[in-house]
Design a protein. Structure first.
Lengths: 221, 145
């Protein structure tokens, strides 16, 4: 596979190393001179000096081939959006992933059609929430393009769903229970599955029905 | 009802566009990260919001949703491109126009429906045209006869 990585900071450099180790062909574009010199010393001709938001630099990096993958991982969100738009709309790159530095800019990425994004801050918060669940529900995954999310809930002892069969629980229409983990063992949910206190339940739902799902499974405040 | 304009980026270009429009009776609000940019507007009766043009809180404060026209002219091509597209899609004002210094990016986004103005391209065309159309400079005899 051929990949262009735009932005040679810590993230770009380490992703490039991983891709190279997997046997892929990579060009890593970095505009800061000192940073580029470091990358060139480490990675040789894989490193390319220049501003990846300039189309002629992207062309020099081989955007017209086009690559199978473009990663826009600079430290500036506006640069990452522009790189991603040029790659996907101008050169039909099949897979473009952009880094969101400031979570407040996430809505801009979504609005402007850059759907595959990674945000370290949100990811970190997600992990923190996973360890310290608020209101008993953790968001595990957001599938933006599909308009779905995957959440996990812990069932407390007095939950309305405790002791009930899944078929007998009044779930919101836009939510499905996927699995139940009990004593470290996960099982896929069928209509006959019984929810027990202490269970960790994974559900798929459409955004907006989180509160109703929480109410149905683990109850009010 | 008067017309309302928001100018994002109050440098040499943005501030002049703002004062031009204000002189023609537009209700103009400027956005700039630097409070000092207000000085470029002289005796200013319009609005001024300190902040970044990609910040939705700042855009709301400038009442972009009520604007008939939005001019984007900061010194950053990429933040201009993001601000202009966000404004166009989110608030759909009648006119969004954005200054882009890089001719390639200006052309790329113009092809995709953004109204871009590229001073670099204008300079290239004008300079070339002036040279093309100039009378050949007469060779003056050096020294005295």
């Amino acid at each position: 596979m051929y990949a262009i990585v735009a932005g040679g900071g810590k993230v770009g450099e380490s992703v490039t190393r991983s891709l190279l180790r997997m046997g892929h062909e990579v060009t890593l574009v970095e505009q800061r001179r000192d940073r580029f010199e470091h990358l060139e010393a480490e990675l040789g001709p894989v490193a390319l000096a220049g501003d990846a938001t300039e189309i002629h630099i992207l062309e020099r990096a081989g955007i017209a081939r086009p690559p199978e993958l473009v990663l826009a991982v600079t430290g500036d969100d506006e640069d990452n959006i522009v790189i991603a738009q040029i790659a996907q709309d101008g050169y039909q790159v099949p897979k473009v992933i952009a880094r969101v530095n400031d979570p407040r800019n996430q809505t801009h990425f979504d609005l402007l059609g850059v759907t595959q994004t990674v945000c370290a801050t949100s990811g970190l918060l997600g992990l923190v929430e996973h360890e310290v669940p608020e209101h008993g529900m953790v968001r595990l995954l957001e599938l933006r393009r599909e308009g779905l999310e995957v959440v996990e809930l812990q069932v407390p002892p007095e939950a309305p769903a405790a002791g009930k069969r899944v078929a007998g629980i009044a779930l919101p229409e836009d939510a499905r229970l996927v699995s139940v983990t009990r004593n470290g063992i996960a099982e896929l949910v069928g209509d006959g599955t019984v929810i027990r206190p202490g269970d960790q339940v994974v559900a798929v739902l459409k955004p907006g029905v989180e509160d109703r799902l929480r109410l149905a499974l683990i109850g009010g405040e | 009802m008067g017309m309302k304009a928001v100018v994002i980026g109050c440098g040499r270009t943005g501030s002049s566009v703002a004062t031009n429009l204000a002189a023609e009776g537009w209700d103009v609000t400027c956005i700039d990260e630097d409070e000092g940019a207000l000085a470029r507007l002289g005796e200013w009766r319009g609005g001024f919001v300190v902040g970044h043009g990609m910040d939705l809180v700042v855009l709301e404060k400038a009442e972009v949703a009520k604007a008939d026209a939005v001019v984007v002219s900061t010194d950053g091509d990429n933040s201009n491109l993001v601000s202009a597209q966000v404004v166009q899609r989110r608030y759909e004002p009648g006119c969004v126009v954005v200054r882009i210094l890089d001719p390639r990016r200006a052309a790329f986004y113009a092809e995709r429906g953004l109204r871009t103005v590229c001073p670099t391209q204008t300079a290239i065309a004008t300079l070339t045209e002036v040279v093309r159309n100039s009378e050949p400079t007469p060779v003056t005899a050096g020294g005295s006869s």
